[in-house]
Write a protein that binds this ligand. Structure first.
Ligand SMILES: Nc1nc2c(ncn2[C@@H]2O[C@H](COP(=O)(O)O)[C@@H](O)[C@H]2O)c(=O)[nH]1
Ligand SMILES: [Mn+2]
Length: 382
């Protein structure tokens, strides 16, 4: 049972899962309050990784009765975290070889991948053909693929239940629906601006059909990213989990639950990463209506991208940022991104996890630590 000081009732229909130790930017709370006033909104919940977005906050869940708000899901529909356990023993890793191989990894996938793309689309039930050329690409921003090793097992029984092996390298993939999700949101904005749509109206049904396909597309994309990395590194892997944190779904008998950077707590074990220089936690959610059946999806930004670059570019050279304080390596050809996504730009994942624990929402399984983070191969910046 958790302690209640990590659960704050800000207003009647606004909940915040965060202790006093967790810093939450005032603007994010304002955005949360603003979202709670949207027509037909029943309740909103901020997670400990809550931080400001363009108009609405990231790290939050929003429950409406019968209205869909595409703006609350955002443009990266289906973004999520997939975790694979590889067959590579950690004592057999030659990290410099992996750095070299990943440094020449190009997106998108080439013609040799056509069959696998088709099979993966079928496996996940993806309908659209319009964005096939983007499948297998990670995208920019804080999307990444990260090779990790198990650091601490907190609960042996829970770790065994998901076949987690301390001896093998893990692969965490964070990506979404690339241009597909953008197109869906843009189509909505062209017609309705930021307004919501009635879920069972023609517009609502049309949005949901496209949204659901983009969610499946994003899952297929993470699987193809993992496959491409495995092929490049000549390793094999089994999928341990894949959980979406940007989506809207029907909560039977309650309404429509929008999650924007909020990990579902009703779909089994989830991975909550901190940054390329921090641990990822594997946790078992304790199903609860507190926090609208949701958990944090990461550590959440402390600094906006431009602020991170301004603060760090005088202190660190590019090569300083290609290694982290945990000793891990970073492959990222985009120099600006190296600064924008530096570990310093994120809040403490340890505190976020502590808050979720104190709120009685999770059981800890294990922590993983990065050995090699791969970000977009597109050069640019600085
Ligand atoms: N292990 C890593 N975690 C990272 C990295 N970059 C960001 N992050 C964490 O992921 C979430 C994702 O946020 P989203 O809003 O884009 O879905 C973010 O809050 C960070 O905590 C990384 O390179 N490695
Ligand atoms: Mn994401």
């Amino acid at each position: 049972m958790g302690t209640f000081n990590a659960i704050k009732q800000i207003e009647k229909n606004i909940e915040l899962i965060a202790s006093d130790k967790t810093w939450i930017e005032g603007k994010a709370i304002e955005q949360l309050k603003f979202s709670a006033k949207l027509p037909d909104m029943l309740k909103v919940a901020g997670m400990p990784d809550l931080h400001p977005g363009k108009s609405y906050p990231i790290g939050a869940a929003f429950l409406s009765k019968n209205t869909l708000y595409p703006y609350l899901v955002g443009s990266d529909i289906g973004c999520g975290m997939g975790l694979w356990q590889t067959d590579k023993p950690i004592n057999k890793v030659k990290i410099s070889r992996w750095i070299d191989k990943l440094s020449i990894l190009d997106d998108p996938l080439d013609l040799d991948w056509l069959d696998e793309i088709e099979q993966t689309k079928q496996q996940f039930g993806v309908i659209s053909r319009d964005f096939d050329q983007a499948l297998g690409s990670i995208g920019g921003g804080n999307h990444f693929a990260e090779l990790q090793i198990v650091d601490t097992i907190f609960d042996q029984t829970l770790a065994e239940a998901i076949h987690l092996s301390k001896k093998h390298v893990q692969l965490l993939v964070h990506s979404g629906s690339r241009g597909y999700g953008h197109e869906i949101l843009n189509q909505h904005i062209a017609q309705f601006n930021s307004a919501g749509i009635v879920a069972d109206s023609d517009a609502g049904v049309a949005y949901l059909n496209k949204h659901d396909d983009a969610v499946r597309w994003a899952c297929a994309n993470r699987a193809l990213i993992a496959s491409q990395i495995m092929a490049t590194l000549n390793i094999d892997a089994e999928s341990l989990l894949d959980v979406t944190h940007n989506l809207v779904s029907k909560q039977n008998g309650i309404g429509w639950l929008h999650r924007k950077g909020a990990t579902p707590s009703d779909q089994g074990v989830v991975a909550i990463p901190g940054s390329r220089g921090a641990h990822t936690y594997l946790v078992k959610p304790i199903k609860s209506a507190t926090g609208l059946f949701s958990l944090a999806h990461g550590a959440g930004r402390k600094w906006q991208r431009s602020e991170a670059k301004a603060r760090l570019s005088n202190k660190y050279r590019v090569q300083d940022l290609q290694k982290t304080s945990l000793g891990s390596h970073v492959v990222c050809k985009n120099k600006a991104l190296l600064y924008e996504e530096a570990p310093q730009a994120y809040k403490s994942i340890d505190q976020v996890i502590q808050d979720l624990k104190d709120a009685g929402l999770i059981e800890l399984i294990a922590s993983l630590k990065p050995i090699l983070t791969y970000k977009t191969s597109k050069s640019g910046g600085c």
